[in-house]
Design a protein around this ligand. Sequence first.
Ligand code: ADP
Ligand code: MG
Length: 486
Amino acid sequence: MKYIEGKTGPWEVVIGLEVHAQIISKAKLFSGADTSFGAEPNTQVSFVDAGFPGMLPVINTFCVTQAIKTGLALNAKINERSVFARKNYFYADLPSGYQISQFEHPIVGLGYLDIELENGETKRIGITRLHMEQDAGKSFHDQHPTKSYIDLNRAGVALMEIVSEPDLRSSEEVMAYLKKLRALLRCLETCDGNMEEGSMRADVNVSLRRPGEPFGTRAEIKNVNSIRFAGQAVEYEIARQMEILEEGGTIVQETRLFDSAKNETRSMRSKEHAQDYRYFTDPDLPPLILTKEEIEAVKASMPELPDSKKARFMSEYGLPSYDAELLSGEKENALFYESAVKSSTSKSTKLISNWMLGELFAVLNKMNLALKDSPISAENLAKLVDLITTDVISGKIAKDVLLIMAETSDDPEKIVEEKGLKQVTDTGAIEKIIDEVLSANPDKVTEYRSGKDKLFGFFIGQIMKVMSGKGNPGMINDILKKKLDA
Ligand code: ADP
Ligand code: MG
């Protein structure tokens, strides 16, 4: 257990997260209105979303399936009976005056998520619940000097609120949790995880306590919209709360905002409690009843999840944990890697991983491209690796070929052929060049023979220079050694 040393003794950080994840669905949770991002304001609003009197909500069963899928991936209990409740509050972008949510009876109960820490350890974080609810609209206060505008396109869009137990102990764990959760949601295709667009946002609850003492009072930082910001907000809160507590003060339970420009959290309002919302069962909606068969059917349709994919990559391809983690974490990575392995003739699984995670990613990074837009296809990367393993080109030349591939998207075999980059493996030709280099440097040869071993590298360099890097390194090494030692 890691404690933070203060001026008056050690502190333990306690953190729990509430993540709002927008469900991927063409239609809203209780209406048929469109949900696409970036549409003109108020063009995707049904009467239900606008809170017109007399309109009845109808549950979108696709969203229910999405929530079940996510619950199963969180190793959680799926409740066969859950209930929709009205959470009452007034806000201009909430036309009905209440949000339909789930309160006492959520669709998903206790579960857990295993996160990977930087030191290679795995930590299990408890999931308290996952429930479905509607999103609110959006207010704009900066479009007009005296008026506020409201866009109801987001009103009624389906959200999952995923609540963790207060099991997190540092900003590192918070970021690892969010990363893992986002990868899981993306793999399931239940939420796109795009935090900068607001489709995934986190409320970060932070408190401090003396080791062994009960939990302290927490502050809740609302709507954090990036993983990095979540880490920064936690660090700021730790410092802020520690200073207050060490001077004998008390923490007020309140809602705070993270200001990413100033890198600080600021008080927004005192914390509201469940009773403030006057929750009651929504009389317009019957309880949501699921059968065991329905839950089983969703289970059967689940894709392979990142954790089992990682285990499979380690056993099936003999990859170390580090490679398997990177390749299985993002769906695009896994897809690319597996198509490369599939089309490769040499099946050098580790070498393919090295070239993908190393050289290819570096090139894409420089070009500012995502893997899905890679000018180098998985098949061509596999071919390039095959050219190395079959000694047609050296690894060094392969790096040059990769750069040409990035520019032209060409087949590496074609590039090697056209540019005449094939490795020279003809013993006679290599010997001839070695002889030339040795006779051009008689004094260096004498020095080497009298014990200056380091000169070996000098000769290799000279030979490679004459051969434009195309000599087979293993052969050059052997022949040069024989000649020098003769
Ligand atoms: P609310 O719904 O009012 O925000 P909950 O009791 O549902 O409150 O808890 C919300 C989140 O706060 C959960 O993720 C929980 O783990 C976390 N939490 C609860 N108590 C603490 C605490 N003392 N310190 C840090 N986090 C806490
Ligand atoms: Mg909360």
